[in-house]
Structures are given as structure tokens and as C-alpha cells.
Design a protein. Structure first.
Length: 504
């Protein structure tokens, strides 16, 4: 029995060579609209869909393939005598290969088309053809990706296993397509938390392993969102690992808080040092002096172009990753002397998603990201002594840093440089002790930031003993009056932000 192929594609890439090969292999080709015209212009024999069905396309082309003579030919089970008798009685030709790609709804969305145009980009017939062919994969081959045309071109044997793989790929396409449309309607209807959350991502990379060598991993990219992280350019070094992606994202988010020349040093998604100064070199030196131990094997990120002077300093250390807005050519040559260091160029401006999700066993946690910018108009100075201008500047700096530190979190800072960071402690006073110990004697005249409210006066006592002169915290503890009283006794200025920044 002669085989038949239905070709109906929006993206015409490679369709003429495919049709020529199918013709050479003895297929009759059925086609629609623009696809049939292109094939006819190429002198390829085509059965037009309207000649097959006996009906012209209606509703401006909205309905052309939705017909029993099309879907009967696709969905008939070849090993079912009743199905095959129905085809014979109704003079329906079996269709063995379906080649379809869909209207580019996502591209239209990215181009900012209006809703009327977007609606016309919501494919109906194409999706139906794909699903029908995929459902009947034991007998019908479905191809939705032009890259898979090579299977036909190279005369690869398309057996049951291959048809099943292609069917899975087809259902992934239609699921992603519908999820994109669903997300569009949810967003345009201001539905932040829909009853059903449909997510669609494309695989971007396969790192060697996940968080640890015994864990498999993949990196997926959201289809319709810009991404500083994924658009960053790797100029030198090995491919990025799973942990590298997480650390780079953390570093870029930290940098997005600052406008002045800033250097961020990251280890395991926590900042171990951050400094903002008038020049890159000053910021680098201050960040390095803040924690010269933890920087070993760490990630250094800056919102500046790295110059030769700074590159020489960086090259003297073992670093995992260097991220910068750009590199002077000679500076890049210096940094490339280290074989394994990953050198990345990134604009540092993260157009961050408004939402974030975390996987839990059997589900997801879904929330707004903590992208809120510090608003001094919401601050309350709750002590008798007000912070000086320099202290307030450091308080703002330290709060921007502590926002990115694992809770319970404390940051001690001075002259827009972190001096001590207490991260991920089970109690707040423990984080304070770590921060003070790391800062040492240079904590004299420094400020302290807390990501959550301070629950006990022991934090204030330790701060006073270390020479800290101002504290910034969300406030909201039942112990606030007592804590304010102790600050007044010690002449420590205290600011309430009324905004918590827990980072679990």
C-alpha cells in the first residue's frame, strides 16, 4: 500500500528537501495552504487538503484540516479491522507521516503583538494534528522539529521505538505551547496564583553533575523571559557546573543592589565580602581585606570593567569564577593565564522574575521574590541618638548586603565595606558573635544589620562591646522597648526598616 505524508508547517525551513525525499521514497504528499503553494512552486506533486476533504478552508483559514478524512486517516488503528473497514467504507486514505509545526505564539508575544494578533497565533488545527498523530504512534510517525527531518533525509529506520520517542517530543511541544498561552491569560487577567500552575522550560545545558558528583542534573531556561544569567558570555575556562550557575545568579543579584563601583565575593551563594568605593581597585582591595581567607576558591563579581591593575591582583589568587561588566584586552590576557578560572562577561543588570519557586517533596513552593528596594521613607529612627550621615550610608549598605545572606544573618560594615558576616545560624546572637569575631578590632565605629528582628538585648550588648555605633533591623519583637532602652543607654543609634529579609 502506498504511504502518505501530511505536511503543514508555519516554519518552512527544510520543507522542500524533505518533500523531495519523501516523493523519492514513494510517498504521496498531502499539504495545506502556504505549504502546498511552496511545494507546488518547487514542482513537487501535492494533494491539496481541500481536494482530499472536498471542502475549501473556511473562516479565513481557521478551519481547513479539522475533517474526518484527515483525522480518520491519522487515527485509524491499522490492526483494528473495524477501523480499517470504516476507512474503506468512507473512502478515507490512511496517513502514515504527519509533519507539523505550530503558529509562533511565543514569538508574537515577545514582539508585543496586540491581543487580536495573538489570538490568531493560537494554533488549533496544528495542535490537533500533532496530538492525533502522536496518540496513534504505533502506526503513524509525527515530526514537529525541522531538525528531525534528517531522519527522513538519511533514510533512518523509523521503528516503533523511534515513533514513540517522536510522539513524546510532540506532546512536550503541545504541552509547552498550551502552558505559554495559559500563562499569557493568567498574567493579562492578573491571576498571580492560578489553580493550576503550568510551567514550561527548555533544556539549556547538561552539567557533569549536580550539587554533588553522585547527583545528575540539567539546566533549564524559561522560554519567554530575558535573563542576564543565561545571556552572560563565558570568555574563558571550563563549562559551568550546577553550583556555578547558582553562585553566579547569587552574585549578580547582589551586584544589582549597588550603583557605585562594587566588588562582591561569593562562597556557596553567601557573600563573604562586599565593598563599594569610588574606583574598582579600591573596592577590590577593601573586599579582599574584609575576608582574605574565604576568597580562596571563591567567586569575584563586579559591576565594572576590569582593568590591568585589578587583573594582576585577581590573577595572584585561586578563584573559581570572575564576573565583570567587561575586561580591558590586556586585563583579559592576564586573567586567561589561569587555565581553569571561568571568566564571564555580564551586564550585571538582572531583569529578575517577579516570582520564584522551590521544589519540595511532591510539590512546589511559589512566592514573590524579595526584590523590594529599601525605602528610607518607611524607616523609623527609634533611639534618642540619630545616626550620622556616614552611619546612615553604612546602615543602608549593610542592609543591602544582609538581604542576600542566609538566615539568621548579621552584617557588620564600615565605609561601605563588609567587615564581618554571620550567616545561616540557628540563633541570632550566634550570627552576631561570628560577625564580630570576623571583624575584630576594626569593628570600632562600624554598623550592624540584621535580616530579622533582634529578639534579645544580648545582641545590643555584644555590639556595644565591639564598638558598634549604629544598628539597623526590621523591628517587631515584643522585646523592642527593652532593646531600644539598652541602645539609648549605650548611645547606639537604631533604625527600624519594618521590612524583614529572611533567606532560608
Amino acid at each position: 500500500m502506498k504511504k502518505r505524508a501530511l505536511l503543514s508547517v508555519f516554519d518552512k525551513t527544510g520543507i522542500i528537501p524533505l518533500a523531495e525525499q519523501l516523493t523519492a521514497l514513494g510517498y504521496d504528499i498531502i499539504s495545506t495552504g502556504g505549504t502546498s503553494k511552496i511545494l507546488e512552486d518547487a514542482m513537487i506533486p501535492v494533494i491539496r487538503i481541500e481536494d482530499l476533504t472536498g471542502f475549501e478552508a473556511i473562516l479565513g483559514g481557521r478551519v481547513k484540516t479539522l475533517h474526518p478524512k484527515v483525522f480518520g486517516g491519522i487515527l485509524a488503528r491499522r490492526d483494528d479491522s473495524i477501523d480499517m473497514k470504516t476507512l474503506e467504507d468512507d473512502q478515507i486514505m490512511p496517513i502514515d507521516l504527519v509533519v507539523v509545526n505550530l503558529y509562533p505564539f511565543l514569538q508574537a508575544l515577545k514582539l508585543g503583538k496586540d491581543e487580536k494578533e495573538l489570538i490568531e497565533m493560537m494554533d488549533i488545527g496544528g495542535v490537533s494534528l500533532v496530538r492525533a498523530a502522536a496518540k496513534n504512534y504505533p502506526f503513524v510517525t509525527v515530526i514537529t522539529d525541522p531538525q528531525d527531518y534528517q531522519l527522513i533525509m538519511n533514510e533512518v529506520e523509523i521503528d516503533l521505538k523511534m515513533r514513540r520517542l517522536l510522539a513524546g517530543k510532540a506532546f512536550s511541544l503541545t504541552a509547552s505551547y498550551d502552558a505559554t498561552i495559559s500563562a499569557y491569560f493568567n498574567q493579562s487577567n492578573d491571576i498571580q496564583f492560578p489553580d493550576t500552575l503550568n510551567l514550561t522550560y527548555q533544556r539549556f545545558d547538561l552539567p557533569r553533575y549536580g550539587e554533588n558528583p553522585h547527583q545528575l542534573a540539567a539546566i533549564y531556561r524559561k522560554q519567554n523571559r530575558p535573563s542576564t544569567l543565561f545571556n552572560a558570555k563565558i570568555l574563558h575556562g571550563k563549562p559551568l557546573s550546577y553550583n556555578n550557575y547558582r553562585d553566579i545568579e547569587a552574585a549578580l543579584h547582589m551586584l544589582s543592589e549597588f550603583n557605585k563601583p562594587t566588588v562582591v565575593v561569593v562562597k556557596h551563594m553567601n557573600p563573604c565580602a562586599i565593598s563599594s568605593k569610588s574606583t574598582l581597585y579600591e573596592a577590590w582591595n577593601s573586599a579582599y581585606q574584609a575576608d582574605p581567607v574565604s576568597i580562596f576558591g571563591g567567586i569575584v563579581a563586579t559591576n565594572q570593567v576590569i582593568d590591568v591593575k585589578t587583573a594582576k591582583e585577581l590573577n595572584a589568587l585561586f578563584l573559581e569564577i570572575i564576573i565583570a561588566q567587561g575586561y580591558d584586552p590586556d586585563a583579559l590576557d592576564i586573567l586567561k593565564q589561569k587555565k581553569n578560572v571561568r571568566i564571564i562577561s555580564s551586564p550585571n543588570s538582572i531583569p529578575s522574575d517577579a516570582m520564584e519557586l522551590v521544589s519540595i517533596d511532591g510539590g512546589l513552593l511559589y512566592q514573590e521574590k524579595d526584590n523590594k528596594i529599601l525605602d528610607q521613607n518607611q524607616f523609623s529612627i527609634v533611639t534618642l541618638r540619630k545616626p550620622s550621615d556616614d552611619e546612615m550610608n553604612d546602615l543602608l549598605f549593610s542592609m543591602r548586603v544582609v538581604k542576600h545572606v542566609k538566615s539568621n544573618a548579621i552584617v557588620i560594615a564600615k565605609d561601605e565595606t563588609s567587615l564581618g558576616i554571620g550567616a545561616g545560624q540557628m540563633n541570632r546572637v550566634g550570627a552576631v558573635e561570628i560577625g564580630i569575631k570576623q571583624a575584630g578590632i576594626i569593628s570600632q565605629g562600624a554598623v550592624l544589620a540584621s535580616d530579622g528582628f533582634i529578639p534579645m538585648t544580648d545582641t545590643v550588648t555584644l555590639a556595644q562591646q565591639a564598638g558598634i555605633t549604629a544598628i539597623i533591623q526590621p523591628g517587631g519583637s515584643i522585646a523592642d522597648p527593652e532593646i531600644i532602652k539598652w541602645c539609648n543607654t549605650y548611645q547606639i543609634a537604631m533604625v527600624f526598616t519594618h521590612q524583614r529579609h529572611f533567606k532560608h
